[in-house]
Design a protein around this ligand. Structure first.
Ligand SMILES: [Zn+2]
Length: 287
């Protein structure tokens, strides 16, 4: 949990660095929740973009702890890097949405037989990720990226694309190009574990965004390419947690089953049910 925020990149990423200094009495009394990050938001005048930035390590440690504690599968190598990049991206993206929004992205990659799910909840200030290897059959035939935006009392907005990219940066680029009205772009450095999301606001300067096209994947926006940030003094705290409980899952399952309890339990006295978001199992007893 105490991984240093300081990065080899030096001053150009200064806004995300932790500077050693005396803590005020207020800060000393505030306990930062475990596996939490602050998403810093700023407005870029002239370019007319919003910039959301986060340091992902606490969230990734949250994922690691969750899969370990619940005995869930964990990817490694490029699949883990992709999961972490998408988790960081969805957490920056959700802070651009209204406060009652829940964003969920699913990416399925048939050649490697796995699915990645990431979700973030603006109201609960939480996020979660899940990696599911396919069984020997099932799953789509082509790569698929599915995005959902839920808001209380509103129909679910969703879009599905068949992406050509298989990195977080590539997938987010295709998501913005093909299913969003505003241009946007993700920059993610997996070594520094920092994500930057740019989203256009009205009267944005598209030429300024295009000038960033030469930045190779894996790199952040060089500081000299950014107009002076105007910080939005409303930092968003997000914590890695699912929020599921056996009671909550029980309510969902039983209300979906209605009178047809046998559809869930068959002849059994109890069944094991998976949380669809985080994948952990809970045992439900027949009512
Ligand atoms: Zn869960």
């Amino acid at each position: 949990m105490n991984a240093p925020l300081a990065m080899s990149g030096g001053a150009r990423r200064g806004s995300l660095r932790r500077r050693p200094r005396a803590r005020s009495p207020l800060e000393q009394s505030f306990e930062f929740p475990p596996h939490s990050v602050i998403v810093k938001r700023s407005y870029l005048p002239g370019a007319e973009f919003l910039l959301m930035e986060l340091y992902g390590r606490p969230l990734f440690e949250g994922f690691d702890a969750w899969v370990r504690d619940n005995d869930l599968p964990r990817p490694d190598g490029p699949a883990l890097e992709l999961l972490q990049g998408l988790l960081a991206a969805v957490c920056t993206w959700v802070t651009f949405q209204p406060n009652d929004s829940m964003v969920a992205w699913t990416f399925a990659l048939p050649e490697l037989r796995y699915r990645i799910f990431v979700a973030a909840d603006a109201g609960e200030r939480s996020c979660v990720a899940r990696w599911s290897p396919y069984a020997s059959s099932g799953g789509p035939e082509h790569p698929l990226f599915h995005a959902q935006l839920r808001r209380r009392g509103a129909p679910v907005q969703q879009s599905t694309i068949d992406p050509s990219g298989t990195t977080a940066v590539g997938l987010v680029a295709e998501f913005f190009a093909r299913s969003q009205q505003n241009p946007g772009r993700l920059f993610y450095d997996p070594r520094e574990e920092i994500a930057q999301l740019l989203v256009a606001v009205a009267d944005h300067d598209l030429a300024w965004l295009r000038a960033l096209d030469g930045i190779p994947e894996g790199h952040l926006i060089p500081e000299d390419h950014l107009p002076t940030r105007r910080p939005i003094h409303d930092p968003q705290l997000l914590q890695y947690r699912c929020g599921c409980s056996s009671e909550r899952i029980r309510k969902v399952v039983l209300s979906a089953a209605g009178d047809n309890v046998a559809a869930v339990f068959g002849n059994e006295a109890e069944v094991e049910v998976e949380c669809p978001r985080c994948g952990r199992s809970v045992v439900l007893r027949r009512p």
